[in-house]
Write a protein that binds this ligand. Structure first.
Ligand SMILES: [Zn+2]
Length: 154
């Protein structure tokens, strides 16, 4: 064993050089310190296990909420007499009834019976509107022909 600073021969296990006083570098501890990080590499895989265990817990918490949400919100409960009276009274208001029919038909918060009633009313209203337009056009054409014929005679 020799000193790296001055090349003086040192006895085995000496920590300082007898010639220049330089500190001899402990070679063996450096190697052991470098070898230690290697076995630490397989540690990360266990960190992936906890998320896999929490994932099924989310599905379990979501599953029970759906039936309760459906039974609570999408009400198929029968409407009361007062609700029907209020609904029919609202249908008497000229413009408000159309708005309410659209809201009840396509809104997700309305009662299922009210939603079906609104859809049926909209379909009947659309049929009536189409029929009135067709008959109105036919009547106007007939009247126009009559007027034109009368104008031709005169
Ligand atoms: Zn030395």
């Amino acid at each position: 064993m020799f000193c790296e600073n001055c090349g003086n021969k040192l006895p085995d296990g000496a920590k300082f050089c007898g010639g220049c006083g330089a500190k001899t570098e402990p070679v063996q501890p450096a190697y052991t310190a470098a070898d230690e990080p290697a076995p630490a590499r397989p540690v990360p895989p266990p960190a992936y296990a906890p998320p896999a265990q929490t994932a099924p817990s989310y599905q379990q918490t979501y599953a029970p909420q759906q039936p309760s949400a459906y039974s609570g919100r999408g009400g198929s409960d029968p409407l009361g007499v007062g609700q029907y009276i209020g609904m029919l009274l609202l249908m008497c208001v000229p413009i408000l009834n159309i708005i309410l029919l659209f809201v009840w038909s396509f809104g997700s918060s309305a009662n299922l019976n009210k939603k079906n009633f609104a859809r049926a009313s909209l379909i009947l209203g659309a049929i009536g509107l189409i029929l009135s337009i067709v008959f109105g056009a036919a009547l106007s054409s007939i009247i126009g022909e009559l007027l034109g014929g009368m104008g031709g005679y005169y």
